[in-house]
Design a protein around this ligand. Structure first.
Ligand code: NAP
Length: 256
């Protein structure tokens, strides 16, 4: 859909979506931009971030690049300082970056893999919310959306520590939602199902039929399925939804 056909629910809003150079993050950031926002496109590598900014600005949308590793304190804090300096506020924060470093038996996860996974998937999410808090209080109807996973609910033999970090985000969501509502900041969490991206390739590539057979809706999710839900959850239309985790998973039925 062309940007002119979209609702302009994010006009004059500033949105930070981490890990937005590809996959879910890119689709989500693109949708915010199509709905009028200025989006900060982030991932570790400048060569991945710059083409997305060009693609969006060539379409007349508002986007700026900020390459930073979210688990590197200096880089992450410099990104927040950049937003403060340039915009003086933040309306939407989506800490979307996550990694999985071990695909196999959970007990074979090395201490270093364990620490790095916690650092990106959980600690950086908390720190980013903490560091963006002041900027969010200056935003209009500010919203934070954590990105968990359907694996947060069911665990997974081959992605054990990754799944555990996503379960922890469900708890972090509840804690932050209570605390930040006092400042008018809405916090929610979205749990994507199996979405066709590079990240999830091991779960569907070469066995898509088998993967789809496990899903009641009989198709893998798309990044646009996530963008559709995200653009609703972070705008005023979702004003009365706080502290929830919304599954966008084609009828995956597991719950805690
Ligand atoms: P993806 O397509 O593989 O994209 C990963 C993105 O993360 C890239 O932009 C990558 O760019 C960036 N990145 C990686 N490490 C980073 C770091 N330390 N700091 C900043 N950026 C970093 O992944 P995806 O499937 O869209 O996943 C996005 C989110 O959805 C994740 O939180 C994931 O857990 C969640 N999720 C995905 C699925 C699924 O089926 N795909 C299901 C449930 C949940 P660089 O290489 O340039 O850093």
């Amino acid at each position: 859909m062309e940007k002119t056909q979209r609702l302009q629910r994010y006009k004059d809003r500033v949105c930070l979506v981490t890990a937005s150079s590809t996959g879910i993050g890119k689709a989500v950031a693109t949708r915010f931009a199509e709905e009028g926002a200025t989006v900060i496109i982030n991932s570790r590598k400048k060569e991945n971030v710059d083409p997305v900014v060009k693609e969006l600005t060539d379409r007349g949308l508002k986007a700026v690049a900020y390459p930073a590793n979210v688990s590197n304190d200096k880089e992450r804090q410099a990104m927040v300082a950049f937003i403060k300096e340039k915009y003086g506020k933040l309306d939407v924060l989506i800490p979307n970056a996550a990694i999985n470093l071990h695909f196999g038996r959970t007990l074979d996860t090395s201490p270093s893999q364990f620490d790095k996974t916690i650092s990106v998937n959980l600690k950086s999410v908390f720190l980013l919310v903490q560091e963006c808090h002041e900027l969010l209080t200056k935003g209009t109807k500010p919203a934070v959306l954590l990105i968990a996973s359907y694996l947060a609910y069911q665990g997974e033999n081959f992605l054990g520590i990754y799944a555990m970090t996503k379960t922890a985000l469900l708890g972090l969501n509840k804690v932050l939602a209570r605390e930040l509502q006092e400042d008018g900041i809405r916090v929610n969490c979205l749990a994507p199902g199996l979405i066709k991206t590079t990240f999830s390739k091991d779960l569907w590539d070469g066995r898509e039929r088998e993967a789809v057979d496990n899903l009641k809706l009989r198709r893998l999710g798309t990044v646009d399925d996530i963008a559709n839900a995200t653009s609703f959850l972070c705008c005023e239309d979702a004003d009365y939804i706080v502290g929830e985790t919304i599954m966008v998973g084609g009828m995956i039925t597991q719950r805690l």
